[in-house]
Design a protein around this ligand. Structure first.
Ligand SMILES: CC(C)(COP(=O)(O)OP(=O)(O)OC[C@H]1O[C@@H](n2cnc3c(N)ncnc32)[C@H](O)[C@@H]1OP(=O)(O)O)[C@@H](O)C(=O)NCCC(=O)NCCS
Length: 207
């Protein structure tokens, strides 16, 4: 496994020059139950680099079957090398949740995270999802600024309570959800319609 991860990292080093990266060369695709087999080691490598210090995710976390996960989750590829991912699933008829996302440290601040979210939101729109929620750690300012920049709004006390109640009720066996009232997390949400009204969604072709 480590050898495979190293290989993926070498591929990134060999094939790409971060200074000349043009986001036009980035392709966003759905992460589905088939292509995850091919890219799981790259996902784990990026995940470990990006979020391992908070809480490590094992292969099983990524393979967990959740409602509409294989449609809503997205990966970013640069010359067929994976540089980012975003794991999303539905948890109510019209709500979805972003469980985890990251972009390879060498490719950040180039709009890749934004592209991943845009594609997930357009997919959510097609899937009749009205709202997407996420939890972010208070001590992760980069992520918090990122989500706010993209139009996510932090939920107030009432919103957080409703969100926790719904998650608890609907996701008893969902290992991704760590119900956490300790105050070290911020809960954000975005109305999919607000996003799609502001952006020309026809320009964003989902695959
Ligand atoms: C959060 C993360 C996914 C953002 O990905 P990215 O590809 O670097 O983000 P983008 O380039 O699309 O940034 C879009 C906007 O977000 C804001 N932003 C992103 N990273 C930022 C940072 N480190 N500091 C300040 N603002 C930031 C900027 O306003 C940026 O827009 P601008 O370039 O027009 O100013 C990436 O930093 C990451 O992988 N972090 C580690 C993993 C993580 O924290 N995941 C979230 C867990 S909840």
């Amino acid at each position: 496994m480590n050898a495979e991860r190293d290989k993926n990292m070498r591929q990134i080093d060999k094939k790409t020059d971060v200074d000349t990266l043009n986001v036009k060369d980035i392709t966003i695709r759905s992460l589905d139950e088939y292509n995850i087999m091919k890219c799981i080691d790259s996902i784990l490598a990026i995940d470990n680099l990006s979020l391992g210090h908070y809480r490590f995710w094992y292969k099983e976390n990524f393979f967990l079957e959740l409602p509409r996960k294989w449609v809503l989750s997205k990966i970013a590829l640069l010359n067929n090398v994976l540089v980012g991912y975003c794991i999303v699933s539905a948890y109510a008829t019209n709500k979805a949740h972003i469980h985890r996302m990251s972009v390879h440290p060498r490719f950040r601040m180039k709009g890749i995270g934004e592209m991943l979210i845009q594609h997930a939101l357009v997919e959510a729109f097609h899937e009749m999802v009205a709202e997407i929620t996420l939890e972010s750690l208070c001590d992760n300012p980069a992520a918090n600024i990122f989500y706010e920049k993209l139009g996510f709004k932090e939920l107030g006390e009432g919103g957080v309570n409703r969100y926790l109640f719904e998650k608890d009720k609907l996701s008893k066996s969902n290992k991704y959800y760590v119900i956490n009232n300790k105050g070290n997390r911020r809960v954000f949400s975005i109305k999919v319609n607000n996003f799609t009204n502001k952006n020309s969604i026809n320009k964003i072709e989902v695959t």
